[in-house]
Design a protein around this ligand. Sequence first.
Ligand SMILES: Cc1ncc(COP(=O)(O)O)c(C=O)c1O
Length: 381
Amino acid sequence: MIQANRLSQVQEYYFSSKLREVRALEAQGKPIINLGIGSPDLPPPMQVVEGLTKALSRSAAHQYQPYKGTSDFRNAIQEFYKSHYSVELVSETEILPLMGSKEGILHISMAFLNEGDEVLIPNPGYPTYSSVTELIGAKAVKYELSEERNWLPDLRELAKNDLSKVKLMWVNYPHMPTGASATKQVFKDLVAFAKQHQILVVNDNPYSFILNEHPLSILEVEGAKEVVLELNSLSKSFNMSGWRVGMVCGSEENLNSILKVKSNMDSGMFYPLQAGAAIALRLSKEWFRSLNETYLKRKKLILELTEALNCIPTKDQTGMFVWAKIPEGTTSELIVDKLLHEYDLFITPGFIFGSQGEGYVRFSLCTPEEMIKEAIKRVKQ
Ligand SMILES: Cc1ncc(COP(=O)(O)O)c(C=O)c1O
């Protein structure tokens, strides 16, 4: 069968194919240490698992759920945004639960883009923004981020281009893969840019609570709701990536457009997941303190590993990765394959995040300290 034209530009997701290779090596008995993927290995909060388990025995737990999520779950999101970001949201209309923020990228794109519309996409950035844009038949226009500018967009430079066809702009602070964070001023400038050029700016914000002293939401900017949306997720904040729970927040009008797409695609989120997620969102800040204690110890070891590999980490990084510049004279793909085959160590090459990611590699903090120590030992041998 000939596949649809829309797939001609889209590649299989890097990890989907590379992890096949990693698994094949494991099957041959290689003791692979995986520092590639950002899937938290730590357990979710205990109360959350108990909440989910208890919710299973509710009589209506196994039926279809509301398309907009249960009101309790939406209220928990509303409380979370208020207590952690000082953002006021109307629970009924300005919050839409999602099955992970990744699906939101597709729903938002389907809701707002026509074929031929242009979309501003960070380079380097999360690869899904461009693959979804291409699936929709819109045009991905990359904007360059660089270490010299602390991986922040140069809006003045961008404004010199013809932006008349640009409908959507993806931003992602704290940024993956570089760990850069925005300031309130950066978000203010983005909101002003969105208004001036009539662009919908979407901040993808799943990393705000990992090794980050000052979690920020773009919705904190006054008047932002008219022109921005924010995606958020429990995947990283609460070690719940497999649960597939996230949310999109913004104006009622914009969320209604997204709901038109989403309600034709799924039939609500499994009730116990929503019940467990609501418990997570209502936990005190102590949860993040103890989570970050573990990540900080791991990060110190990863920095030792980067040094052993002569890689130089970007300064002031947040999030659950370490992003580091590789030595001159090699490529990120070559160094990753060398580490995989010589040391049974898997890390992520920067090129998969775009051309501006070449020359860098990404180390994940989702591996226990003992494994990172073993990785250091192998490399130093
Ligand atoms: C920048 C970014 N956005 C979104 C996601 C997807 O997160 P979720 O698990 O909420 O779908 C990821 C996951 O790795 C990510 O790195």
